[in-house]
Design a protein around this ligand. Structure first.
Ligand SMILES: [Mg+2]
Length: 241
């Protein structure tokens, strides 16, 4: 047995399922579909404006929380914000494009190559696993059931069902209780440096950062992951201690 812990808390989006990298290509395809109704601008320019606005929109933790728990209106609002930057006013179009985007993007979500194999192997090694995911019950459960992820986890904590999400310490505490583990023998694995590294580390949990982009830590960050992996399979190839 290598140096793997008794228990792992694992994030869903951008850890098991590739999610973020779909945003821009999906927006581009939606904008291309509506190129004729958007005179005077190229689809690329619209994507750029939407991109700028959505980065601003999601950058505030409070707005982020409200938005992820009710994605219903968010996409339309984001298109509207992009349109405003370009001076575009076409009644009803922002909402239509937002809905189209939501449907396309959820359809395109897929596990990272090797992610499911890694879950199978970790389970076979006897590691107790809980999924800890932020977002609404509806959106998160749809992805979990579509990819049949339930069997790998003894417990699945969804923010919208539990009532609070990462980085609230209660979330990690509750997940550890269900796995009968302590911070000293638990790892939290995910792509968000605050939610899955810094916050768990403050409780004594090992924080493993999933660097799915493979670009290393962002410049200027003070957060120091205990381990950095580029895929869940890397967990199985850690050096012996
Ligand atoms: Mg994530």
């Amino acid at each position: 047995m290598n140096n793997l812990p008794k228990a792992m808390l694992i994030d869903l989006d951008d850890t098991i399922l590739a999610y973020d990298k779909l945003a821009r290509p999906t927006w581009l395809s939606v904008c291309q579909n509506h190129a004729e109704t958007l005179p005077g601008v190229t689809p690329e320019e619209v994507v750029e404006a939407i991109d700028e606005y959505r980065k601003w929109y999601w950058s505030d933790p409070t707005r982020h929380r409200t938005a992820r728990l009710n994605l219903g209106n968010v996409r339309g609002d984001v298109v509207e914000g992009g349109f405003k930057r370009l001076g575009i006013t076409v009644p009803g179009l922002a909402l239509k494009m937002g809905n189209e985007y939501a449907e396309k993007r959820e359809q395109a979500v897929t596990p990272f190559p090797g992610a499911i194999d890694a879950l199978v192997a970790l389970k076979d090694l006897g590691i107790r696993m809980a999924m800890v995911t932020n977002g609404s019950s509806e959106t998160q459960r749809a992805k979990i059931s579509r990819w049949d992820l339930e069997p790998y986890f003894e417990y699945i904590l969804v923010e919208g069902e539990f009532g609070t999400g990462k980085p609230d310490p209660e979330v990690y505490r509750h997940a550890m209780t269900t796995l009968d583990s302590e911070p000293s023998n638990t790892w939290m694995i995910g792509d968000n440096l605050e939610w899955e590294v810094a916050a768990p580390q403050r409780m004594g949990i090992t924080g493993v950062w999933h660097d799915w982009k493979g670009r290393g830590l962002p410049q200027g960050t003070k957060i120091k992951p205990d381990r950095i992996i580029k895929s869940l399979q890397d967990l199985l190839q850690l050096p012996l201690e």
